[in-house]
Design a protein around this ligand. Structure first.
Ligand code: NAP
Length: 427
């Protein structure tokens, strides 16, 4: 991850918003000569989110501010900048994802986001998917590891320590689909059946699954670079290429190809580890391996410690990250980020859980840990480590929100804000 700099941050072109007023204090993050420069007082846009977003964002900001203060004693601080998306944007702008919000995130480079509602089977398209596509945030990064004291359904949850790099802009998730019976669906079916000699039933809905060289390689490159920067031993390409040969299968082939082309001296394939090194990876090299998606779901349950960084297409990644998270405490503890070449949007993995909204009940852990990833991205690891230790201590004390309390014996169930208070107390 990039680090902070003491050099003066170069002036950044100002940006004009329709309805937003940026904070008067704080300095924008900039990119100079291909490198991100982080000031000591970055302006960070925040999307509060719908539903429980309102509960967990408040708690998270308090925890982050306290940890930054504790770690850097006033030398560093975050200048939060509230921007709108989802229900609050619809009220303020009359639209769900205003240009102002996209402009702000692109301009200030790092942002924090709560969950947003997406209607199933109709209505508008997912705001989350739109944001990822508009800003080419091609890597969805989801670390999954165990915090001691967390109730877990498996015997050895501490064996799980993976970071999933999920492709974020294509695959069946690209949103290219047509409803059964529409003109578009009929035209595609006619074209396919007449010209391509397929036998698609006429009463089908249609979805398209594009997977490109560019989309695959920018994702796999980022995953390998991460493994190298953080001394992680392997990158596993997870695909369903035995069945979907020219999409998922190609993902695997293009993944191996970019490892060989861009990191020839720093990576080695698992086949070569066995063929040339008796099964023992040479020091300093990242092993590139691949697994078929269905077998991988079994592997992460039975031999999670054999996996480390995982790179995978969009849909596999979505399923796999929740399945892994379930082993170490569930969605309430699962952080994530959407990252492009520079712009990074950190967000909880779970949704808006509307039945719990505004009840000060849910676990803010997922968003708090996403903010820890954000602090690491800023190069403020010290603050991130403080939060992780304080969170772990709070769970060990058995002072937890309802989702963890119901799985623990003798736990003291507290609300979102009291839980945040306790984390701050434990910093
Ligand atoms: P969800 O909001 O993730 O909630 C599903 C269940 O997960 C909850 O009922 C709760 O389980 C548990 N949960 C989620 N967050 C929790 C937290 N912080 N603490 C404790 N438990 C938590 O999934 P959903 O109900 O399927 O989706 C609701 C809306 O969110 C949909 O509109 C969906 O599209 C959207 N969504 C948005 C994002 C995003 O913004 N990135 C991601 C996923 C879904 P229990 O009831 O068992 O306690």
């Amino acid at each position: 991850m990039p680090t902070t700099t003491k050099r003066k941050t170069p002036a950044k072109k100002s940006v004009k918003f329709q309805k937003l007023t940026p904070p008067e204090q704080g300095t924008p993050i900039t990119v100079v000569g291909g490198k991100i420069k982080f000031p000591n007082d970055p302006i960070i846009p925040v999307i509060e989110g719908d539903g429980i977003g309102r509960d967990i964002m408040k708690a998270t900001r308090r925890v982050v501010d306290a940890a930054v203060h504790k770690a850097f004693g006033g030398k560093k601080r975050i200048e939060w900048f509230d921007v709108y998306a989802g229900e609050n944007a619809n009220e303020y702008y009359g639209e769900w994802l205003p240009d102002d919000t996209i402009k702000a995130i692109k301009h200030y480079i790092v942002a924090l986001k709560g969950p947003l509602t997406t209607p199933v089977g109709g209505g508008f398209r997912s705001l989350n998917v739109s944001m990822r596509q508009i800003m080419n945030l091609y890597a969805c990064v989801r670390p999954v590891k165990f915090y001691h004291g967390t109730p877990a359904p498996v015997k050895r949850p501490e064996k799980m320590d993976v970071i999933i790099f999920r492709e974020n802009t294509e695959d069946v998730y690209a949103g290219i689909e047509w409803k059964k019976g529409t003109k578009e669906a009929r035209q595609v079916i006619d074209f396919m059946n007449k010209r391509m000699k397929t036998k698609i039933r006429k009463d089908s809905g249609i979805g398209v699954k594009p997977i490109s060289v560019k989309g695959t390689q920018q994702l796999v490159r980022k995953a390998i670079q991460y493994a190298l920067d953080h001394n992680r031993p392997s990158v596993t390409l997870v695909h369903k290429g035995n069945i979907m040969k020219y999409t998922e299968g190609s993902f695997r082939d293009w993944g191996y190809a970019i490892a060989a082309k861009d990191f020839p001296r720093k990576t080695i394939t698992e086949d070569d580890v066995w063929a040339k090194h008796g099964g023992k990876p040479p020091k300093g090299k990242v092993v590139i391996k691949d697994r078929i998606a269905d077998s991988m779901f079994q592997q992460v349950l039975t031999r999670p410690d054999e996996y480390d960084i995982i790179a995978t297409p969009n849909l596999n990644g979505d399923y796999l990250s929740d399945a892994c998270a379930a082993q170490v405490g569930g969605l309430g503890m699962a952080p994530g980020a959407n990252i492009g070449d520079y712009v990074a949007l950190f967000e909880a993995t779970h949704g808006t859980a509307p039945k719990y909204a505004d009840k000060d009940m849910v676990n803010p852990g997922s968003l708090v840990l996403s903010a820890v990833m954000m602090l690491e991205y800023l190069g403020w690891e010290k603050a991130g480590e403080l939060i992780q230790k304080a969170l772990e201590k709070t769970i060990m004390e058995k002072i937890v929100t309802y989702d963890l309390a119901r799985q623990m014996e003798g736990a003291q169930k507290v609300g979102t804000s009291t839980y945040a208070d306790r984390i701050i107390y434990n910093l």
